[in-house]
Design a protein around this ligand. Sequence first.
Ligand code: ADP
Ligand code: ZN
Ligand code: ZN
Length: 754
Amino acid sequence: MLLPYADIVLPLAQPAYTFAVPEGLEVSPGDAVAVPFGPRKIYTGIVWRVHAEPPAAGRVKTILRRLYDAPLLPAPQMRLWEWVADYYLCTLGEVMRAALPSLMKPSGDTEEAFSEEEFRPRTECYVSLPAELHDEDRFHEACERLERRAPKQYEALLEVATAGDETRISTGEVARRLLRADYGTLQALCRKGLLIARQHERTVERGGAPVFRLPELTPHQQQALAALRGCFAEGKGAALLHGITGSGKTEIYIHLIAETLARGGDVLLLVPEIALTAQLIERMERIFGSRVTSYHSKLSGLRRSETYLRLNRSPGGEFVVGARSALFLPLRHLELLIVDEEHDTSYKQTDPAPRYNARDCAVVMARIAGGRALLGSATPSLESWLNARSGKYGYALLTERYGEARPPVVCLSDTLRAARRGERRAHFNKLLLDRIDETLRRGGQVMLFQNRRGFSPYVECTECGWTARCPNCNVTLTYHKNGRKLVCHYCGHTEDIPAKCPACRVADVVPMGFGTEKVEEEIAKLFPEARVARLDRDTVTSERAFSAIVADFAARRTDILVGTQMITKGFDFEGVSLVGILNADNLTNSPDFRASERAFQLMMQVAGRAGRRDDGGEVVIQTSDPANPLLRQVVAGDYEAMARTQLAERQAFFYPPYARLMSLTLRHRDPALLREGIAYLAGRLRTHFGRRVLGPMTPPVDRIRGEYLMGLLLKIESGASSSRARGVLRAELKFFSANPAFRAISVCVDVDPQ
Ligand code: ADP
Ligand code: ZN
Ligand code: ZN
């Protein structure tokens, strides 16, 4: 029996709507349909549920038609959307906006406008031999006749008949664009019935069983691979591959990928910030050739839509390398999900909703699809490390660089002492300047790393680098310009800016540190002969600019490269033998409970850029706090010590991974109404969550486009039922938004904020 109603998800921040299914139309979950919405608008929607329950009130509208010839969403992807909507407290419509390429969800004011927007895959002309010419005698007969009278047609016919397997799709057809023969010649052959031409959707078909040439693994790498296979075989859904930079993690991925593809399974390899990982894609293409499909936001909407549709119909054996949104591709045989650099914060989408973390979603998707998730990193997130250590995830460790390459020698240089001895020029200690001098003399290259203040300013002593910390939260206080106050953006603790630095009692405390531009200027003055370049958001105005700076450095047309985080990722420069970190203090002092973890990850990553060559490299870290245990751990490259120290602190101050954070941001033009609203909401939430509610507090940026912002933070114990907490929060937010006094206040929820 055909069911008369369907719940349809529309790309809006709204719940699913019920529509009537017109007579004669058969729809099932996962289908895309065109539906009328509002007074006169047509949207693409996804059928979520088909049922016989008429909606309680209002006139029910009818589905216009079905789109595409197959469901757009396989069942596992539907389950993933549901999980994302539930976990990150958003609507399925918001997930739809993030998950489907834009061309696949057209909308329009009229049916014509809608159709115009509708995505149609590009078609192409394919030619093939008619059945009778498969008979060899007949074929030769035809050839002989043509050879004398129409030599061009003869050649074209031969070309089609002898086209190699790689240009021929499974139906025996050859794409016209791959033939040398011109259009007129092929047309003439068609008229004579010697060729068949068909116009159909462009297909990228792949050859038969893949034969990949795989690198031979070292004994250590083999052990790690065996350990991973072992824990997957044991039934663990996820594993962590923890290996220092250059230890061969990627080689291990390659082995697992090849195995999976060979048995027809699909592989998804997620990478942070695709623009910086072109090297990885190239490396994969060298091994897996045309099997590699890349998917990221830099591709055109058309390419993304074509890829989506092609994968949706694929029989399996697909290998997608992509940024976080690739998670939502309709891979129907997903067996292996790899998250490279799993600690990277760009896996988290911060705006707009869904504010999801693709790493965590990959683990969930592996569970849904019955596949396996592999998280790889040189400096894993503490969340993943704890999961591995507690036995929830499998674990494999690689502690040696491949080949002769030795790890760099890391040393600390005391800024305060240098200043006292008069051994400091501009922002450089003598030690670093000497090392730069020597490196340049030897013809080596130098990288200088300076972290820009980042998103929230803080205050720093100009002399000793002291910064103010929150007594309750163990994070740096954030500087608020209006009012010249220091504020904790976790608990709301507020204090005045001290007149003199409480640590050295000498200097003033001033907002912010110094940026890369300053460093570039100073270093150019100190080393007038050296060729200096800078890589940061100001110099990288386009991808071209980025590539140009990188290419110059790789070709040694630049001696010193000054940069922000940008210089840390995805580079493999032979010539770099010295890396300088100009101010480690502003890394450890950011107003974030993850600051120490991040600082460690960043410094290890920066250090990893040095000495990729055999003769090792050197790293100089400038700091006013050389006794800082975190810096000692960086010098020793001791991840485990860092993890233990930081986890103990997280436990003591009750932070992730021991607590789950949910942050609420409310915004409105009228600050008085906003304060009233948030106080009311905080009160309601406290009746359920008690002291787990922190705030209200003013975020570091408290006014955006004329709207005021205020926040609340919920800290839920990891052991507690987080689904219950989410349920309560969802209900309270609904109640809040239904209140006529506060309806105009917009609320945004961020689960597991970064
Ligand atoms: P990671 O991903 O851990 O940073 P890579 O896989 O990139 O490490 O390996 C670092 C370098 O060493 C690469 O150039 C890689 O080709 C090489 N390498 C690692 N393992 C092997 C191996 N078993 N055989 C040949 N080359 C290897
Ligand atoms: Zn605090
Ligand atoms: Zn001071």
